[in-house]
Design a protein around this ligand. Structure first.
Ligand code: HEC
Length: 252
């Protein structure tokens, strides 16, 4: 192909392919900038606990740690986040479904999402979660533009609506596209936090570390000024003269 097609033709072809791809992507590929604050993470965590943890584990994120990072009490965590039966406050987020059940129903277990945001990036996760479409040929009835033949059923359909492959709305969701996008961004923010739980702690400590560096820099500058004052004094005309007088005195 490289040999037969002139290079100049590749540009327009690529543009055409991109335009065709964009036309079938509904909602669009470009995600909004995902807000990343404790509030959005908590909202996403709540949605995740209510809906996604039916199938997915986040085994590296302990409920206790989540409470400490997000400023939530044990009572709140127990009541609102520890949904699946057998969930333990001192252990990681577990799914309600066993691996064997997931294999039986979806053909493969739902992946552990502990490091998914690090591996795939928040932008991809957002795009993945908004790129499902109705495909009656699939066993689950769902397919995905960025993950062809995906095994995950589109559990966000009641909120976001059901679209065909070409982006035609079949059944509207209960949320407007803007609210839905925000909702998905919250879930993505939670997954981002889950793959990097020390992020808020780092941010809080970071402020003091930078402050300490600023103070140290000022002290170092004052110290430097003090040391160099002696050198400058010696180099000053008065100092030089003094040196010259001493030299001539020695000579004489
Ligand atoms: C009914 C079970 C089920 C529910 C509920 C579910 N998922 Fe999944 N999910 C799956 C399965 C099964 C896969 C594996 C798909 C595959 O490999 O084909 C998957 C895959 C994924 C992936 C990996 C995609 C990739 O590119 O590798 C992400 C991310 C994900 N799910 C996020 C979510 C989020 C967020 C929610 C909640 C909004 C959710 N899932 C709810 C079953 C589920």
């Amino acid at each position: 192909m490289r040999k037969t097609l002139p290079r100049a033709a590749l540009g327009p072809l690529f543009a055409l392919a991109t335009a065709a791809h964009a036309a079938v992507m509904t909602p669009p590929v470009a995600p909004p900038s995902v807000p990343f604050t404790k509030a959005t993470v908590i909202a996403g965590a709540k949605f995740f606990a209510d809906h996604c943890s039916a199938c997915h584990a986040v085994s590296n994120l302990r409920y206790k740690r989540m409470g400490a990072d997000l400023g939530l009490s044990k009572a709140v965590i127990t009541k609102s986040f520890m949904k699946p039966g057998g969930a333990n406050y001192l252990k990681g987020m577990r799914p309600a479904m066993t691996q064997a059940e997931a294999k039986k129903w979806f053909g493969l277990p739902a992946p552990n999402l502990s490091h998914m945001a690090r591996a795939l990036g928040p932008r991809f996760l957002y795009t993945y979660l908004t790129s499902f479409y109705w495909d009656p040929k699939r066993p689950s009835g769902w397919n995905n533009h960025v993950f062809p033949n995906v095994a995950m059923p589109y559990i966000l359909a009641p909120w976001g609506g059901i679209y065909t492959k070409n982006g035609k709305l079949l059944v509207p969701g209960r949320e407007t596209p803007a609210v839905f996008d925000r909702h998905v961004a919250d879930v993505v923010a939670f997954l981002r936090y889950a793959s990097d739980p020390s992020v808020f702690e780092r941010r809080a400590i970071g402020r003091y570390v930078i402050g300490a560096f600023v103070i140290l820099s000022i002290l170092a500058y004052l110290l430097k000024k003090d040391y160099w004052r002696d050198v400058h004094d010696k180099e000053a005309p008065g100092g030089a003269q003094k040196g010259a007088t001493a030299k001539s005195a020695r000579k004489g």
